[in-house]
Design a protein around this ligand. Structure first.
Ligand SMILES: [Fe+2]
Length: 348
């Protein structure tokens, strides 16, 4: 059975007139995590509990309101997010205006091609079968990092849930730093220096055909398959099964099988993953450069789920051969100091 029965190239698609021009490369301001005290004393003084949810990714900070963090504490939070991939909060009193103001601290507000309000994306519940191809939300039931096809894909990204069903609608986050670290040295070397081609063509076509709004023409963009984090200097996979269409340096069959391997590597990484159940007032703040995520559709009343997402532009992804794998970093600094285990959380 064919996976697609229609090319999607309808009259509606051909007659599309872009509202906005293509996005130009920008030079974002320095990463706020670079200004942080590595011990994060100011942030940690404000919380009642630091709860690591898994060894490799995800920390919940309890007893703190994001709305009350000062600039120093926000910088320290950026560093914690860069190290732990995603940091969670519950029962937040942040308003939409407060979220906009909070996001501005971390850089220039990003706008994705389908974003109607320039300041945030409204994320709704999604139904349907996670395994179905013919599903308007199909691409986003797959793991992805948000709009990686842009020149400056987002770095710090926040989703604040306004309402949430009692069960269902969870989001899974996976560390791409750890995904790279778990490859054999031979595969690591093979992948370093390669470039993945990220495309927004499918999401563009699906948006138009499903009656949605999009503002820009689709783009294809090459990014390094392995990128280096500007703050931690750790190497991470920058793979994205929702948008990557091929590997630039490989022949067709090599590319096809490499992407199949990477998808399998990602989908079997239960040890590098955290699954978050939302409640109204829950917030996830993640580093979209080194974390990939997936919202689980179906099984609940989709009208009961709504969230607001804000993000800032990251640097253009780059690969630095002097970067380190997580294991190399741990070998130099000792396992107790490992970024994924505690990093600066002494005393908690
Ligand atoms: Fe997403």
């Amino acid at each position: 059975m064919p996976i697609a029965t229609h090319t999607g190239l309808t009259e509606k698609v051909f007659s599309f007139k872009p509202i906005d021009p293509p996005v130009e490369e920008i030079q974002p301001p320095p990463d706020r995590a670079l200004f942080a005290d590595p011990r994060k004393s100011a942030l940690l003084a404000a919380v009642t509990k630091v709860k690591h949810l898994t060894p490799y990714i995800g920390t919940e900070l309890q007893g703190v309101q994001l709305s009350r963090l000062d600039e120093k504490q926000r910088d320290e939070l950026a560093l914690l997010v860069a190290e732990r991939g995603v940091v969670f909060f519950r029962d937040q009193d942040l308003t939409i205006e407060g979220q906009h103001e909070f996001t501005k601290h971390f850089g220039i507000q990003d706008r994705d091609p389908n974003q109607v309000d320039p300041r945030h994306v409204t994320i709704l519940g999604r139904g349907g079968d996670i395994r179905s191809f013919q599903n308007a939300s199909g691409a986003f039931a797959e793991y992805h990092s948000d709009h990686s096809f842009e020149i400056n894909p987002p770095s710090y990204t926040m989703l604040r849930m306004v309402k949430s069903p009692e069960y269902g609608g969870d989001t899974i986050f996976t560390s791409q730093t750890a995904l790279f670290d778990k490859l054999s040295p031979t595969f690591q070397k093979t992948f370093e220096g390669l470039h993945a081609v990220h495309s927004s063509e499918n999401v563009f076509i699906n948006t138009i055909n499903s009656g949605g709004t999009t503002f820009r023409l689709p783009v294809r963009r090459e990014h390094p398959l392995i990128r280096t984090h500007p703050v931690t200097s750790l190497k991470a996979l920058f793979y994205n099964p929702a948008f990557v269409v091929n590997i630039a340096e490989l022949k067709a069959s090599e590319s096809f099988h490499t992407l199949n391997f990477l998808r399998d590597h990602l989908h079997s990484a239960d040890d590098l993953t955290v699954r978050w159940h939302w409640e109204a007032g829950s917030v996830a703040f993640w580093d979209n450069r080194v974390v990939i995520h997936r919202a689980i559709p179906g099984g609940y009343n989709t009208e009961e789920r709504e969230g607001k997402r804000t993000a800032v532009y990251g640097e253009r992804p780059y690969w630095d051969p002097n970067g380190k794998t997580l294991s190399e970093w741990q070998a130099e600094n000792g396992p107790d100091e490992a970024p994924v285990v505690k990093l600066g959380l002494d005393g908690f």
